[in-house]
Design a protein around this ligand. Structure first.
Ligand code: HXC
Length: 514
């Protein structure tokens, strides 16, 4: 054959491999409102940057007549490319080929690109669209999953790992996404569960739809398994690209600096927080009033909304915001919000992203439900994550900072680098009402007018403790600042702490209250 013929032969082979499960299966995928695997990859990556590997890999199964089946690429596409010019490793399961089910060679391809990602220190994006373990390949499929989970764990904290659920992700398969840093889901397309409707029906006799068990909304609002919700695949891919722009390629470097086009200070800051401490406000407005371009990329928006987490930029550098949300449950810490915050703090700490904490919370959520759900164990995760974190950590106490919440929300005592307080801050063991009832119980009971006595004791307690000056007099708060100075104080604090060095004792690893 001439070289020309060799090239022609190669091209034909590639065309066949790219046909996936064939025209009919591709049409079925389209009819479900889903893009195919290659379209998904190229929609995320920079134009023409995708380089594919292992296109000609075939399965090696010999049972159940599998030797008669051709499964192009064994149902998964792997490769490298760039997002905004930065390298990325990526894989996408191809549902048109045997339902994207995971057999031995399928898993080897995923493991190959995971090994590359870890070795080259570049982020990994995994697109899941699969019927799970390939039933015909038995324990080889299970082994494949185990190899993937091991690699997910080894890569954790070294390279960012992003999972995208664009179809079924069932049974044990869900544990790869669960071991990664961010999970993206799309309305009506993502289905993620350990036991689906049919198993639940068989075991418990209860009827549910797949959407009710593990649809996108369920994971964004109830289970907390997903971090980003999109209405369409297109919107989801935009979200992924935005996330990638905020985070570094690996744990050895800082995220890329992106200069603000219009770094105007938003003077609205003084009108956001109401004078009456009982009135709520949207903490997101405050975050936006200090961040570059008033931009805030929120994570887990609809789960445990009493705490807010997400990325912004300060003077072009990525920062992670953790903030209480007075609009939801007065911004208390509870089991779910503690989990949400702790995990984000650990991500930022692993990837050199400074943390800014904005605090306004009356403490932990009281109640038997929370106690029985383990608010002690969950709440401890926030303490652990802040204590352990060595990235620059700055806190601004806006209003309430009561009890254990004061300590947990990056106080000086868990090693905040800078703590600022607004003059409206109230820092005390508990709220004035509760404190007066306990400390002055006898005086109130013995008084001629107990209610008048109670009010006067509340007032007395407020004047004494519900302000930032007691904490400032001990140096727990570095400076009581005017609201309008918040951004400039934060910018300066970030600048001076950029090369921060913080030591922690040598150990194999700690034992966080998982
Ligand atoms: C082999 C599979 C498969 C699987 C789907 N297919 N799942 N082949 N192993 N696990 C094949 C189908 O036979 C079919 O092949 C093609 O993929 C498309 O599947 P359909 O059923 O026609 O598609 P759809 O109606 O859209 O249903 C999708 C589905 C369903 C909901 C995912 O296929 C399904 O329930 N699959 C089984 C899911 C499951 O129980 N998996 C095991 C989970 S346990 P043809 O040739 O007809 O096109 C597990 C353990 C992992 O994963 C443990 C790790 C620790």
């Amino acid at each position: 054959m001439s070289l020309k013929q060799f090239i022609q032969d190669l091209r034909e082979r590639k065309e066949i491999a790219k046909s996936g499960g064939g025209e009919k299966a591709m049409q079925k995928q389209k009819a479900m409102g889903k893009l195919n695997a290659r379209q998904r990859i190229t929609s995320i990556l920079d134009k023409d940057s995708f380089q594919e590997y292992d296109m000609f890999v075939e399965h090696v199964a010999r049972d159940f007549d599998m030797e008669k089946k051709v499964l192009h690429g064994d149902g998964v596409i792997i490769g490298t490319g760039t997002v905004y010019g930065a390298p990325i490793c990526i894989y996408a399961q191809d549902f048109t080929v045997a339902g994207g089910s995971l057999g031995l060679m399928h898993s080897r391809k995923i493991c190959k690109i995971m090994d590359h990602a870890l070795k080259m220190r570049v982020p990994l994006i995994g697109i899941n669209d699969s019927g799970g373990a390939r039933i015909q390949e038995g324990v080889n499929s299970l082994a494949g999953y185990g190899e993937i989970f091991f690699r997910n764990t080894m890569a954790s904290g070294v390279i960012p790992q992003i999972s995208v659920i664009l179809g079924p992700c069932a049974g044990g398969a869900v544990y790869s996404p669960a071991l990664t840093d961010f999970v993206f889901v799309v309305d009506n397309i993502s289905k993620m569960f350990i036991t689906g409707p049919s198993v639940i029906k068989t075991v418990l006799g209860e009827d549910y739809t797949m959407e009710e068990v593990g649809g996108a909304k369920v994971h964004c609002e109830i289970s907390g398994n997903a971090h980003f919700f999109a209405k369409s695949e297109k919107e989801c891919f935009e979200q992924i690209k935005k996330l990638v722009s905020y985070i570094p390629r690996n744990n050895q470097i800082w995220a890329k600096r992106i200069e603000a086009k219009n770094p105007q200070f938003d003077k609205k800051i003084e009108s956001i927080v109401p004078g009456d401490p009982k009135l709520p406000y949207d903490m997101r407005d405050l975050i936006k009033s200090v961040s570059d371009e008033s931009e805030f990329f929120e994570i887990m928006e609809d789960f445990a909304a009493n705490i807010i987490i997400g990325f912004g930029r300060m003077n072009g550098e990525s920062v992670g915001f953790v903030a209480n949300q007075p609009m939801v449950l007065a911004g208390v810490l509870d089991c779910d919000s503690s989990d949400k915050a702790a995990r984000f703090i650990r991500f930022c700490d692993s990837f050199n992203i400074p943390l800014i904490t904005l605090e306004d919370m009356p403490g932990y959520l009281p109640g038997i439900d929370q106690e029985h759900m383990g608010v002690i164990r969950h709440g401890a995760k926030v303490l652990y994550a802040y204590c352990e974190a060595t990235v620059p950590k700055i806190t601004v106490i806006i209003r309430k900072a009561y009890g254990g919440g004061y300590i947990a929300m990056n106080s000086r005592h868990v090693r905040a680098d800078f703590v600022f307080a607004w003059p409206t801050a109230e820092i005390a063991v508990m709220g004035p009402e509760g404190a007066a009832n306990i400390v002055f119980k006898k005086e109130i009971a013995d008084a001629v007018d107990p209610e008048a006595m109670r009010q006067s004791k509340i007032q007395e307690y407020k004047e004494k403790f519900a302000n930032p000056y007691v904490a400032a007099s001990r140096g727990y708060v570095d400076e009581v600042i005017e609201p309008a100075d918040t951004r400039s104080r934060l910018l300066h604090a970030l600048e001076v702490s950029r090369d921060k060095v913080a030591y922690r004792p040598e150990k194999k690893h700690g034992i966080p209250p998982f």
